[in-house]
Design a binder for this molecule. Structure first.
Ligand code: ZN
Length: 199
């Protein structure tokens, strides 16, 4: 194998590690990128380099942006006293696409899991308790996946927040069992939020 072929194979191997891409799709994608070098590949490479250098987690909510405090946390109009708790940044972005939630978020970074030895301190749960105390939060909306771990985590958080003067609610039925928020359409997310119930 020549050096040049090895470079291209190396790129294909990297692309194949992306979620949803296997070796075959990676090969097609790389071929497409090379054909569209000026239109697509160079701008993509530049954008990736830029985001790799600037992307960071919001120190308050865990959202991903390019500053220490994300745009949502920095927006004073979103200080509504409501915090929506999600497992992952992808869930936050899914909620935002629904355009109905006007409060702020808290990204846990996963769920409690005995199997994977994930405890409360591995997630952003202590930080959530701090925010409830410091930010005048009246309602915490749990938007966790309907998996066993998601629901265990929801109960744990509800227990932690008990007696702290905050109402804990959860999204209404509509989140499919084992389904992730990111796969729901915007209308379903809006409906599940509007019909949220006391947890
Ligand atoms: Zn934030």
């Amino acid at each position: 194998m020549s050096n040049s072929t090895r470079d291209i194979e190396g790129l294909i191997d990297l692309m194949a590690r992306l979620p949803g891409l296997g070796p075959r799709s990676a090969r097609r994608a790389v071929l497409h990128l090379i054909k569209k070098r000026g239109m697509l590949m160079t701008p993509l490479a530049e954008a990736m380099q830029h985001v790799a250098a600037t992307a960071r987690e919001c120190v308050s909510c865990g959202n991903i942006g390019t500053s220490d405090i994300c745009d949502i946390c920095a927006d004073p109009r979103r200080a509504t006293g409501e915090i929506c708790v999600v497992e992952d940044v992808a869930d936050l972005w899914a909620m935002e696409r629904g355009q109905v939630f006007k409060g702020r978020y808290h990204v846990l970074g996963g769920t409690l899991s005995a199997l994977d030895a994930v405890g409360p301190d591995d997630l952003r749960i202590p930080k959530l308790v701090d925010r409830v105390r410091d930010e005048g939060v009246r309602e915490v909306i749990l938007a966790l996946n309907a998996t066993v771990d998601g629901q265990t985590t929801a109960h744990y958080i509800a227990d932690e927040l008990e007696g702290r003067g905050v109402t804990v609610t959860s999204l209404a039925q509509g989140v499919p069992i084992g389904g992730e928020l990111d796969y729901l359409d915007d209308g379903t997310i809006s409906a599940a939020l509007k019909a949220r119930k006391s947890f």
